[in-house]
Design a protein around this ligand. Sequence first.
Ligand code: 6PG
Length: 247
Amino acid sequence: MARRNQRIEIRESLEVLSRALAADLADQIAESVAAREICSLALSGGNTPQTLHRILAGEFREQIPWDKIHFFWGDERYVPLDDEQSNFLMAKKTLFRFLEIDDSQIHPVPTQLKTSADAARRYEEEIRKFFGESGPTLDIVLLGLGGDGHTASLFPGNPVLKEQSRLVAPVCHSPKPPPDRITFTYPLINRTRRIHFLVSGAGKAEAVRRCLENEPDIKQTPAAGIAPRSGELVWWLDDEAAKYLLV
Ligand code: 6PG
């Protein structure tokens, strides 16, 4: 089902898919820097993006102006930044450690604060301050997809799905451990210039199908609520994740 401003890219493997996404990101980063001197990019967590990180820091290292990119996270676990479950630590190990990126360009979620609500509030303040008068519009948001249809830390049936004013919110009782998280909300994600879902494996195929069907049930499949207001949405799928789409 072709939606406005939506593109579907299918490749045979996560490796080939990640390389194609890396090339698209390199082009988009160059466009953002040419237009606005910097590029704002939100990373996602979990396992899938690690192949992409390796490729970006490897064969794409020289093609990307790393000193012009500001890194955020679309969601983060409410754990210390040196905890093995931290999305920040995953990015540090799989991407940043291979690159010379100044700390001023890296904007981790302040999970050292007393509560996840405090961390979400402070992160929203930081994002609003960073973008200033132009409004919180990121150039790029990378998203993963859970088999249950979640994305970032927007989980089925969670009250955060109804959030229409806050840009960042705490999430408690996440079905995917750890339970306490901080997440971008739909209002922030859907302002983005280009949103990329990177999805691999047969375990995600049903969730992909539900996201791309006509009139999806967003409460049950939160990733279907990702719909950029004026930007573009790109689905990067390997053959297994796309198996219900290959007709
Ligand atoms: C997180 C992620 C989450 C992830 C999906 C897919 O913090 O866990 O942001 O939304 O992207 O659960 O995870 P995998 O890539 O590990 O399958």
